[in-house]
Design a protein around this ligand. Sequence first.
Ligand SMILES: Nc1ncnc2c1ncn2[C@@H]1O[C@H](COP(=O)(O)OP(=O)(O)OP(=O)(O)O)[C@@H](O)[C@H]1O
Ligand SMILES: [Mg+2]
Length: 337
Amino acid sequence: MDIALDLGTSSTRICVEKDGKVVDQPSVIAYDKTNDEIIAFGNDAYRMLGRTSNKIEVAFPLESSVIAQSGLVEELVNTFLCEVCTSRVVMPRVLACIPGEITEVQKRAIVNAISSFGVRRVLLLESTKAAAFGCDKDFMSPHGTMIADIGAGSVDIAVLTLGGVSVGKTLKVAGNAMDEEIIKYARRKHNLIIGKAMAKACKEAIGTVMYEDDELTFRLKGRDSVRGLPKFVDVTSSEIMEVIFDIAKNIAVAIADVLEDTPPELLGDVNTDGITITGGLSKLKGMQMLIENATGVKVHIAKNPEDCVVNGLYKAIDYIDEAEAQRNSLNPLMMVY
Ligand SMILES: Nc1ncnc2c1ncn2[C@@H]1O[C@H](COP(=O)(O)OP(=O)(O)OP(=O)(O)O)[C@@H](O)[C@H]1O
Ligand SMILES: [Mg+2]
């Protein structure tokens, strides 16, 4: 059995059959602080976020697409893999994605978390390559393909060719950082304390990085920071735009920086084909236009952008046998365990 695993900062997605995503749940875990007992995972744990008693902690154990709390990630991975591995007679091979810029220690932590489940082999693939497979971009030929995967914890940008990365960059500031800015803004401007889930919902509902005529509003509910009582404030899309714009702009500039370092022949290919953006944050209103303005290149939002990486990992399973036999030096996979 072969498993495609996208262990993302905000969501974990697993695919074991074509177009069949079998796990798509928040990468969240709730545990009892007094005895470290795990109470809930995924959707169940996310519902507890900001609503726990004082003995329960809800944690997102991944930060910027790498492991921040290794024990908790191990528990998370084991639970999700158990859900999809019906038979333990044959140990599975797991293909997981990693950010382009990652240290050996961070890579090892991901491999250890997966191998603790009991697997035959762990293989890794950079998320930009997985995303490219996921949106049917051929980067195995000598032709430049530019992808930016814009998620919750990181932005991964690469120009791919011949199965590898020509120029790449990882930015550790993405959707989660925008949520943090919304939390800080609500407190600073409206004396309102809100939780992470509320900030994320607000960004997804009315977040935009371009000026629009019709103003949307969103009701932020939380606690008055002065009186400590329940309070709500209606915020507008232009207010939120001011709060998140700098982060979006930095993402667009990082993509332009990668283009500046791209060799001319590949640059020509990218200019003709455009840049493809994947990941949940590529759905943020105005993001596409902001990147087009910063780069002068057409930008395409992939279909179902948040699923591109896991779908691409699933397609890349076809390369596992070849990677194990070490037959093709252009093989895009990294075999680590
Ligand atoms: N319609 C939307 N508008 C704005 N942001 C959105 C929308 N839908 C999802 N997002 C944001 O996209 C991010 C999640 O994207 P994704 O699922 O690709 O991240 P991830 O894979 O878990 O994280 P990473 O790859 O960075 O580790 C979150 O910040 C989420 O709020
Ligand atoms: Mg991701």
